[in-house]
Design a protein around this ligand. Structure first.
Ligand SMILES: [Zn+2]
Length: 92
């Protein structure tokens, strides 16, 4: 009986260990970004109100940054600049 409990606990621990390995190490990867579903769009945006995103004639989807990168999207240059600026501001 006790052995079963120990085996069960080891199994639970193993499941937790494997789960945590699958989690993104980079917090940026789980951040939500916005992509235009237009075929010509090659970028993703960190700001929902980005002026370039407003030019998207198609639907705008909210996806993780990881997903956007998997779809070979690169960060919009405007959003990139904005992010870097805010990083600098908060770094103080
Ligand atoms: Zn943008």
């Amino acid at each position: 009986m006790n052995k079963l409990i120990i085996i069960f606990l080891i199994a639970v621990a193993a499941v937790f260990a494997s789960c945590s390995k699958n989690e993104p190490l980079n917090p940026e990867d789980s951040q939500y970004v916005y992509v235009c579903t237009s075929n010509s769009a090659k970028t993703y945006h960190t700001d929902r109100n980005c002026s370039r995103l407003k030019n998207c004639g198609q639907e705008v989807l909210e996806v993780t940054r990881k997903k956007a990168r998997e779809n070979e999207r690169i960060i919009c240059s405007d959003c990139d600049k904005r992010d870097k600026k805010s990083d600098k501001d908060t770094a103080k």
